[in-house]
Design a protein around this ligand. Structure first.
Ligand code: PLP
Length: 386
């Protein structure tokens, strides 16, 4: 079972290492020679429990996750994460303080905005700490912390941000909350988890949908500070006017059942584990981070070299290493750029429908060779349209 190596820059679902899919294809038929496919066995059977435990352990190894934090998996993706975060963390804060708190949202692009809107929609008391679009006129930069409206941290249940805004191509260059050591920080890392080294101890919760850097759609990864798994009873949560977390997304229940309270998509999780194993073999996060930096530098430098042809809407300091967003100055050339790209077997370059233009996603599985081919194409295209 094989394929020609794709040069695919789609934003998600995204490319996975071919060798992972080859192993997964075999395991779908006959896993560990048990005569059944991995997706056919019970999610509470021995082999399934091994997959869950192995995936957890590999996350711990790769990200150096301390004992203060727990790893778990749930059905769903980033959007179900938005809802589960708002409800579970509101309940955890009630347990800790005896009173409901306020959630603070840092809005730097499409996904953090959606997450804030979902918290409000569910009736979780939430405030905007920073709205980059309001402050800057567009989602092209991250306003400095001095410009944020910091809520009273005494009453703040958590502060939420999206570390990499996939649509807008904006990534936080550093952990932005050094000044707030007393508040729980929640990060959506759906599009950049495992792309760089992290100090997990700084986070209350990290949530990531799997389908960009770590696997297929259908499963999401959570790394949570264990103290945030304490929640009051349902009656106490209701009495405080906080919406109850749905049971399949109730973190304490999911963790108490080792991520198998309900039917976890075990094939999908197995693919995550294969991705992690492949990354560990290649040299782990240090290897991946260096490679990602190299790929992003190469592409941004090439685009920057043709300022009359390309426009890069994101401020240099916050340019994403995962999603390189650019537009053609002459938008009438958009379809030619995409068509010629496809003729060169470079696919998935169309920008998100809400912002237009182009987007080259350089997730972990995108090789340096693919980026070199893209850069060569961009140079040829730009030279012929000067
Ligand atoms: N958060 C980020 C950063 C994303 O990029 C996406 C999807 O692209 C989501 C959340 C939403 O994920 P899902 O489509 O899995 O709900």
């Amino acid at each position: 079972l094989t394929r020609e190596e794709p040069n695919y820059f789609g934003a998600g679902p995204a490319l996975l290492p071919t060798e992972v899919l080859q192993t997964a294809a075999y395991d779908l038929l006959n896993f560990n020679s048990v005569g059944l496919g991995i997706g056919e066995i019970s999610h509470r059977s021995g082999p399934a429990t091994e997959v869950i435990n192995s995936t957890k352990q590999h996350f711990k190894d790769l990200l150096d996750i301390p004992d203060t934090h727990e790893v778990f998996f749930m059905q769903g993706g980033g959007t179900s994460g938005f809802s589960s975060i708002a409800t579970n963390l509101a309940a955890a804060y009630l347990k800790k303080t005896g009173k409901p708190g306020k959630a603070g949202y840092v809005i730097t692009g499409t996904w953090s905005k959606k997450s804030y809107e979902e918290a409000v929609r569910l009736g979780v008391d939430s405030v905007v700490v920073c709205d980059a679009k309001k402050l800057n006129g567009s989602f092209g930069d991250i306003p400095s912390v001095e410009k944020w409206s910091i809520p009273d941290l005494k009453d703040t249940s958590y502060v939420y941000f999206c570390d990499n805004e996939t649509v807008n191509g904006i990534e936080f260059p550093d952990f932005p909350f050094e000044k707030f050591p007393d508040v729980e920080i929640v990060a959506d890392m759906s599009s950049n988890i495992l792309s760089k080294k992290l100090d997990i101890s700084k986070y209350g919760l990290i949530m990531a949908g799997a389908q960009k850097n770590v696997g297929l759609a259908g499963i999401s990864i959570y790394i949570i500070k264990k103290s945030l798994l304490e929640q009051p009873s349902d009656a106490e949560i209701k009495a405080a006017g906080i919406p109850l977390p749905p049971i399949a997304f109730h973190y304490p229940t999911v963790v108490a059942n080792n991520s198998a309270y309900n039917t976890i998509p075990i094939f999908t999780l197995h693919i995550v584990d294969l991705v992690l194993q492949s990354l560990l073999k290649k040299g782990g996060i240090t290897f991946q981070q260096e490679l990602n930096e190299k790929k992003a530098k190469l592409l941004y430098e090439t685009l920057d070299a043709y300022p009359t042809i390309f426009n890069l809407p994101v401020a240099k300091a916050v340019r994403s290493k995962m999603n390189v967003v650019f537009t053609l100055k002459d938008t009438s050339l958009d379809s030619e750029f995409l068509k010629q790209g496809e003729a060169n077997k470079l696919t998935g370059l169309k920008g998100h429908r809400s912002v237009g233009g182009m987007r080259a996603s350089l997730y972990n599985a995108v090789s340096l060779k693919s980026v070199e081919l893209l850069v060569a194409y961009i140079k040829t295209f730009a030279e012929s349209h000067k």
